[in-house]
Design a protein around this ligand. Structure first.
Ligand code: NDP
Ligand code: 8X3
Length: 251
């Protein structure tokens, strides 16, 4: 309630659902993403419902711009209570030996280095105030590789290692770190992964009731509102007919 929550990748899917759920919880939102038009639309819709929203359009791979925006936040937005490191993507599902190096670079730069950039910019203030919460959106894909997942799975394994490492680094403070690991969530994720091939994307969710962004956002809001002495360190959230990243029972 009344926290300042910064969400990266808030223009779609899990990030957008988090924006709506944290807004409904009475929190103030800093929403980021590359798509400025979508950010403006979302700000307008949430503001009309009574929320306080600031939007910042930047690419998390652009370290300089990210630093400029965070360092120049208006005074009333500078004390970020919750950082939701959500911006991320998968590209391709080829065997590792046939993958596209440009796709690898985009995934590594966004999912790992972008998350690190935001952590480096926001967490020092939390440590100085002895208060704050970082919610990283990892994945079941970080627990074990699945066919064709290679580099994407590696980036999400890195999110687990970075969450665990950060948790150690802030253990002498009241700052908390959560790694949320969703399974199959129907968002724009597969459209992006398959470079706009919507039939192939739809097939990913065929014969199964997938999770929604709201399902993940509910857990994020729960973790952020747990009593101060409770650190929800890691949560694996799967669709009911999914047992792991590679075991999915379709009807
Ligand atoms: P969407 O494609 O629906 O949303 C991705 C969001 O990330 C968009 O808001 C996009 O905003 C933002 N984004 C992507 N690249 C950048 C960038 N370089 N800079 C800033 N923002 C960026 O996918 P999801 O909601 O599904 O994905 C969100 C997170 O959840 C990702 O980290 C993903 O790996 C993870 N995840 C998804 C699962 C799923 O099954 N869908 C399961 C497990 C984890 P914009 O285009 O405006 O920049
Ligand atoms: C997204 C979930 O299993 O499609 O991280 O990789 S999965």
């Amino acid at each position: 309630m009344n926290k300042v929550v910064l969400i990266t990748g808030a223009t779609s899917g899990i990030g957008l659902a988090c924006a709506k759920k944290f807004a409904a919880n009475g929190d103030r939102l800093i929403l980021t993403g590359r798509n400025e038009h979508r950010l403006n639309e979302i700000r307008k819709a949430l503001t009309e419902k009574g929320s306080e929203v600031l939007t910042l359009a930047f690419d998390v791979r652009d370290r300089e711009k990210a630093a400029k925006y965070i360092q120049e936040l208006p005074a009333e937005w500078q004390q970020i209570d919750v950082l939701v490191n959500n911006a991320g993507l998968a590209l391709g599902l080829e065997p590792e030996y046939e993958g596209n190096p440009d796709d690898w670079e985009t995934m590594i730069d966004t999912n790992i280095k972008g998350l690190l950039t935001m952590t480096r910019l926001v967490v020092p203030g939390m440590v100085a105030r002895n208060s704050g919460h970082i919610i990283n959106i990892g994945s079941v894909a970080g627990d074990a590789a699945y066919a064709g997942g290679n580099v994407y799975c590696a980036t999400k394994a890195a999110v687990k290692a970075l969450s665990d490492g950060l948790r150690i680094d802030v253990a002498n403070t009241a700052v908390r770190v959560t790694n949320l690991k969703p399974g199959l969530v129907e968002t724009n994720f597969s459209n992006i992964r398959f470079h706009g091939d919507s039939d192939r994307a739809a097939n990913v969710y065929k014969g199964i009731k997938p999770l929604t962004g709201d399902d993940i956002a509910d857990v994020a809001v729960y973790a952020a509102n747990a009593p101060e002495h409770v650190q929800i360190a890691e949560v694996l959230i799967l669709a009911t007919h999914q047992a792991s990243g590679s075991v999915i029972v379709r009807k």
